[in-house]
Write a protein that binds this ligand. Structure first.
Ligand code: SF4
Length: 175
């Protein structure tokens, strides 16, 4: 404590590197919008002035996977589309996170048919599920805040997230 007080008096702050990096990451998430169906309209609304996603440092919706770190899958996903989504996901740099927005992205929703994937977690490592049909923009904002909490608490430079992603890299749904 003595050292900390002495450094504070000189204008220095002590913090763990992991905490600083997690704080910066959580406050600068760049979404990769994967709008597939009606839920995408609510996702777009979240970016408008009424809901103002910019308050959380996320206003920059990226349409390039290389400049995005959180994929928001909004809407029901066909098996055909799953290949394209997985390819985009693979192009996003680590660390990256995924939100399944709405009942369809989370579970297939009402689409109990052979052509629709029954939850995008069959081929993506989903971090947060957003309930509802459609979920309101407030619910998406809540999910993003939950993701921020998760990032602040979980990530460590000493942990290799590749382990996490490799465990779902060859989903049977894409074979
Ligand atoms: S959850 Fe509802 S609003 Fe969202 S894609 Fe499915 S049917 Fe459309």
């Amino acid at each position: 404590m003595g050292l900390e007080n002495a450094l504070n008096q000189q204008g220095f702050l002590l913090a763990r590197l992991d905490d600083l990096i997690a704080w910066a990451r959580a406050g600068s998430l760049w979404p990769m919008p994967m709008g597939l169906a009606c839920c995408a309209i609510e996702m777009m609304a979240a970016a408008g002035p009424k809901y103002d996603i910019a308050r959380f440092g996320m206003e920059r919706f990226s349409f390039s996977p290389r400049q995005a770190d959180v994929m928001i899958v909004a809407g029901w996903c066909t098996y055909k589309m799953a290949h394209a989504i997985k390819r985009i996901w693979d192009q996003m740099a680590e660390p990256k996170w995924c939100i399944a927005m709405g009942a369809c992205a989370s579970t297939g929703g009402m689409h109990r048919v052979y052509g629709v994937v029954q939850g995008v977690d069959q081929f993506l490592p989903v971090d947060v599920y957003v309930p509802g049909c459609p979920p309101r923009p407030e619910v998406l904002l809540h999910a993003l805040m939950e993701l921020q909490k998760k990032i602040r608490n979980e990530h460590s430079l000493l942990q290799d997230r590749i382990t996490r992603t490799s465990s779902v890299s060859s989903p049977s749904v894409l074979r």
